[in-house]
Ligand binder design. Structure first.
Ligand code: NAD
Length: 345
């Protein structure tokens, strides 16, 4: 199978491509615009594989997409390219509307034309897999309920609203044009190669640099954390075994408040790279809360577990230890990311 992955230079896309190249016989065409969040250094370990090709392209450019589809003739599309940072969507929503909504529309249209022109055999096995987030469901105001595939959409931020819009487009392209789609909605990911504007890498790197560890509000927001390699396995499971037109929620059944996560990271750093002066926890600083900040996300992943046989391999304890060790051992990747960030600003 030839899999066209969009956004493959990002955090989850690069984990997915490493998984496909290392653990399957499939080949990958990676389309990425290389925004501030895209980093080809995350793919160095597989870039020489003869089953891997990179094409720098913008999903907002239909002509580029059409050329890539016709040149490579993929069997599957796995669509991850997106603007993904909630704070950036609040400051400047335009890119989110363009990439997440218009870009997804372009990709659906190019994929529909391409699929319509396919021979019968290839046509029946083609899949368009849209990778989305649990943030489309809004938040939960108690500590019991879980998001299921039937939870109504109620996005809170420009990011989650743009992802919700893209999910609706994908559903409509299946219902109206029969495009063979699958949607997955996943909870918060963490792990190696995560851009350090997101909570976990930010806290690890700020702690090591002696900077403050900023916590929004009281830090009691609950997130359901999943190790990124478990997500990559879930995505391959969903595209291989998922039923056309269906949605699958993916989550780690691992709820933690943000302040708990930060304390766990500080405990690990205190053990692995102890300070002479005390604990890294002294660097924690509460700052003004994010506008519209969702209180709690929690996924019910029963459907993907029972119907497709996927479950996470990592616990939070094992995954966060691997993650902290990875950041300690991969200073070069961190330095390059920081350098690019400075050039951006
Ligand atoms: P990311 O920001 O790390 O990576 C996004 C990638 O998309 C980058 O490589 C970027 O260069 C590329 N990109 C952006 N705009 C593009 C465009 N117009 N054309 C082509 N490429 C473009 O994001 P991520 O955390 O890896 O998330 C990937 C997907 O998974 C997103 O769709 C996101 O909504 C979804 N998701 C993320 C999480 C999470 O916790 N990170 C959880 C659930 C779902």
């Amino acid at each position: 199978m030839k899999i066209l992955v969009t956004g493959g230079a990002g955090f989850i896309g690069s984990a997915l491509i490493r998984h496909i190249i290392n653990d399957t016989n499939n080949s990958v065409v990676n389309i990425d615009k290389l925004t501030y969040a895209g980093n080809l250094d995350s793919l160095v370990s597989i870039e020489k594989s003869n089953r891997y090709v990179f094409e720098k392209a913008d999903i907002c450019n239909k002509a580029e997409l059409k050329h890539i589809f016709n040149s490579y003739e993929p069997n599957f599309v796995m669509h991850l390219a997106a603007e993904s940072h909630v704070d950036r969507s609040i400051d400047s929503p335009d890119n989110f509307i363009q990439t997440n909504i218009v870009g997804t529309y372009n990709l659906l249209e190019i994929a529909r034309d391409y699929w319509n022109d396919m021979g019968i055999k290839k046509k029946s096995s083609f899949r368009f897999h849209h990778i989305s987030t649990d943030e489309v469901y809004g938040d939960l105001d108690n500590d019991k309920d879980l998001f299921t595939e039937n939870t109504p959409y109620a996005p809170s931020s420009p990011y989650s609203a743009s992802k919700a819009a893209s999910d609706h487009l994908v559903r409509a392209w299946h219902r109206t044009y029969n495009l063979p789609t699958i949607i997955t909605n996943c909870s918060n990911n963490y792990g190696p190669y995560h851009f350090p504007e997101k909570l976990i890498p930010l806290v690890i790197l700020n702690a090591l640099e002696g900077k403050t560890l900023p916590i929004y509000g009281d830090g009691k927001q609950v997130r359901d954390w999943l190790y990124v390699e478990d997500h990559a396995r879930a995505l391959i499971t969903a595209i291989n075994k998922g039923v056309i037109g269906e949605t699958y929620n993916i989550g780690g059944s691992c709820e933690k408040t943000n302040i708990e996560v930060v304390n766990i990271i500080c405990d690990l750093l205190d053990e692995l790279v102890p300070l002479n002066t005390g604990s890294y926890k002294a660097q924690i600083k509460h700052i003004a809360d994010r506008p519209g900040h969702d209180k709690r996300y929690a996924i019910d992943a029963t459907k993907i577990s029972e119907k497709l046989g996927w479950s996470p391999k990592e616990t939070f304890e094992s995954g966060i230890r691997k993650t902290v060790l990875w950041y300690l051992e991969n200073q070069k990747w961190c330095d390059n990311v920081k350098k690019n960030k400075q050039e951006e600003s």
